[in-house]
Write a protein that binds this ligand. Structure first.
Ligand code: URP
Ligand code: ZN
Ligand code: ZN
Length: 461
């Protein structure tokens, strides 16, 4: 089966060029000057459209247990929503519960995901129980294609790791060339502030933001960087939200340390004002780190331009307003942490192109090429080039759409971006050569997505 995508503008991280793309089976066979091939089994007309490598969302949580409930998207619904939004690969987090092993965790996550995903997927591993066995098992995870390990400086009693535990895991990462991913917030100090707020009757969702000040993200980020320096471990700061943390990352990168960071669309577009919405509406925006005052956003956009922020992921972790977010009525600390977004990352970052915040090529770089390199998937993923998987998005940059719960495909009963006008829209999506989105309809299937056993990060020398 050969598919020709013709007369489009192919956009890679290196720039844009008028070109045709020939797909043969599951991979890209050729990228040529327009008109070199004139027939194929199927022809997709892409005049006036961008032709992009499929998006890679390196931070999602499907079916994730959290705070006595579970995130609302299954691997089936979440990857289908991803496909609608032009994301053809997700990397989700397997979550080690305390007292269990990393390998049994990995098996469990394979059971949840295998034969259910609509697009390709990989795993990171959350290490919440550092001991001799789990440190040893990190090696087996790497052999199984899972070579990035998330740790938490937040959530004492749940995922929290002490500095000593982090140090030990970082030593193992150094030994194996694997990556430590860090949730960098000072959870011990935050828990004090939370307890004080609740005790004094301050229970609304906005307190979630006020009790997690940006300084405590900055402090934890700096501490993680120092621990990484002492051990020599590669470090990737997840969901960076505050300029304080960005400054620490930039300073480390200026010294040549292997420190990387991602931010998420919610930190670029939403703010603590959303958390302060009345009638418990603010609960829809509870995630950690919290949404920040609006003036952090310009710093984050600058960080994306300077590459101190290398990746944009969604941290997609949806909880419905009814019954799930509502668990925290009267006590904001019981609101499950997380927001939906896997469907909208490509569109929201395209708004950054429209607004002149980032270039067209940078859009593709932060949403596809860099996550592919960062997590050992390049050049199979993240590029339109011969030999790459035919994960391709045909994007109409002039289309207008309005984001809404009425039209999105995520399994959640609200949109964090309700009513937002977007210029640009995903028109056609191919996943390994199969058309999964076209003509405003889903043509994919549950189980089409394959597990991606990943190589080590390609940024490490
Ligand atoms: O609030 C968030 N971010 N929930 C998902 C878990 C995490 O910390 O990434
Ligand atoms: Zn986190
Ligand atoms: Zn997360």
């Amino acid at each position: 089966m050969r598919t020709l995508i013709r007369n489009g503008t192919v956009v890679n991280a290196g720039g844009a060029v008028a070109a045709d793309v020939l797909v043969d089976g599951e991979t890209i066979a050729a990228v040529t000057a327009p008109g070199v091939f004139d027939t194929a089994d199927e022809v997709i007309e892409a005049e006036g459209r961008y032709v992009l490598p499929g998006g890679i969302d390196a931070h999602t949580h499907m079916e994730m247990p959290f705070g006595g409930t579970s995130s609302a998207d299954t691997f089936a619904t979440g990857t289908t929503a991803a496909a609608w939004g032009g994301t053809t690969t997700i990397i989700d987090f397997a979550v080690q519960a305390k007292g269990t092993s990393l390998l049994s965790t990995l098996d469990k996550w394979h059971e949840k995901a295998d034969d259910h995903c609509a697009v390709d997927y990989g795993f990171h591993m959350i290490v919440s129980d550092v001991n001799d066995q789990s440190l040893k098992e990190m090696e087996s995870c790497i052999d199984a294609g899972v070579n990035s390990f998330k740790m938490f400086m937040a959530y004492p009693g749940v995922f929290y790791a002490t500095d000593g535990e982090i140090l030990r895991a970082m030593q193992k990462a150094t030994e194996t060339g694997s990556m430590i991913m860090m949730h960098a917030e000072n959870g011990i100090a935050i828990d004090e502030l939370v307890a004080q707020a609740i005790a004094s009757g301050r229970t609304d969702p906005v307190e979630h933001g006020l009790t997690r000040p940006p300084e405590l993200e900055g402090e934890a980020t700096s501490r993680a960087i120092q621990l990484a320096k002492v051990t020599g471990a590669p470090l990737y700061i997840v969901h960076l939200s505050a300029r304080h943390a960005l400054e620490a990352v930039a300073a480390a990168r200026n010294t040549g340390q292997n420190v990387f960071a991602e931010t998420c669309p919610q930190y670029l577009y939403l703010s603590i004002e959303d958390l302060a919405k009345p009638d418990f509406e603010g609960s829809k925006y509870v995630a950690s780190p919290p949404l920040r005052p609006r003036d952090h956003q310009a710093d984050l956009w600058r960080g994306l331009r300077t590459n101190d922020l290398s990746v944009v992921s969604t941290d997609h972790c949806p909880f419905c307003f009814v019954d799930q977010k509502e668990m925290g009525r009267g006590d904001f600390s019981k609101i499950p942490n997380g927001m939906p977004g896997v469907e909208h990352r490509m569109d929201l970052l395209h708004q950054g192109v429209v607004a002149g915040e980032i270039s067209l090529a940078r859009w593709v770089e932060v949403c596809s090429a860099t996550p592919a390199r960062m997590f050992g998937l390049y050049p199979r993923k993240g590029v339109i080039a011969p030999g790459a998987d035919a994960d391709i998005v045909v994007y109409d940059p002039a289309a207008q759409q309005t984001l809404s719960v009425e039209t999105h495909h995520m399994n959640v009963d609200y949109s964090a971006y309700e009513g937002m006008s977007i210029t640009g829209r995903v028109e056609t999506v191919l996943s390994r050569g199969s058309v999964v989105i076209a003509g405003g309809a889903f043509h994919g299937r549950e189980g089409h997505g394959k597990f991606l056993s990943r190589d080590l990060s390609q940024y490490l020398v």
